[in-house]
Design a binder for this molecule. Structure first.
Ligand code: GTP
Length: 237
């Protein structure tokens, strides 16, 4: 029996979320904590899809700025998301949360190809599904991939875990008067250039009426409170 307000969610994690105290790569303590929080949500009966970025290893746009061909850089970034996805799968399966990794680019020896109907079947069987390799296309961010997968799998809500509590009127670090928004419309986020998610991803959610909640991934227990229906973070709808 689900103790959740939602049947199916899509959780977007940035690659940087895995850094912890490290400058590069994956902090084992952090990935274990994130895996534990996700597996608790799965155990509560929620179907969970996950999109993870690759910025802790390679980021296409950053590589392009240093002279690497943009498409090649984006392919390197996609492979970085595969590495993170495998690490998260390993962390989740070590605590007995059955997980499948499905990649938007075909690397059959490593993980399954992304097939939407198969992904939905995995979710129905209460396996967490990690969607790797972004959208499989250059010039798209993993925010766009998260929006796309959330819509494709028919999620009730897309969640984006960040380092801050939600969307603020200004940078809360440099401006102590910045206030946290409880709700915003998609257009307010776009027009005010709040840069909490890339614009393509927000437009896709707006056009398909996919609500988004931005929350603090580092506040332990917030993910569970959120799926139980508590108004954690900022709702964009
Ligand atoms: P059911 O069809 O519901 O039984 O799903 P399942 O995922 O358990 O069955 P399947 O036999 O398709 O997969 C068994 C294992 O092989 C799972 O861990 C899959 O993630 C993995 N697997 C399936 N297809 C591929 C693939 O193309 N490449 C790789 N590397 N692994 C795969």
């Amino acid at each position: 029996m689900s103790q959740s307000a939602y049947k199916r969610i899509l959780l977007k994690l940035s690659g940087e979320a895995l850094l912890g105290d490290h400058d590069y790569g994956i902090d084992p303590k952090i990935i274990h904590r994130i895996a534990r929080e996700i597996s608790d949500v799965v155990a509560a009966g929620v179907q969970v899809g996950i999109v993870i970025g690759g910025g802790n290893i390679f980021r296409g746009a950053g590589l392009a700025a240093s002279g690497i061909d943009r498409v090649t850089g984006d392919h390197m970034g996609m492979l970085a998301t595969v590495i993170n996805s495998l690490a998260l799968q390993d962390a989740m399966e070590r605590i007995d949360c059955t997980t499948r990794v499905m990649s938007a680019i075909s690397i059959k020896e490593v993980c399954e190809d992304y097939i939407r109907r198969r992904a939905v079947r995995h979710l129905e069987k209460h396996r967490a599904v990690i969607f790797a390799a972004g959208t499989g296309n250059p010039f798209f961010t993993t925010d766009s991939a998260a929006s796309l997968r959330a819509i494709e799998i028919g999620a009730d809500l897309m969640l984006k875990g960040t380092k801050v509590d939600g969307i603020y009127s200004d940078d809360p670090v440099s401006n102590p008067d910045a206030h946290l928004y409880e709700t915003l419309s998609y257009d307010e986020v776009i027009e005010q250039k709040l840069r909490v998610m890339d614009t393509n991803g927000i437009v896709l959610c707006r056009d398909q009426s996919m609500p988004i909640r931005i929350f603090n991934l580092y506040r332990e227990g917030d993910l569970m409170r959120l799926v139980q229906g508590h108004p954690v973070g900022t709702l964009v709808a």
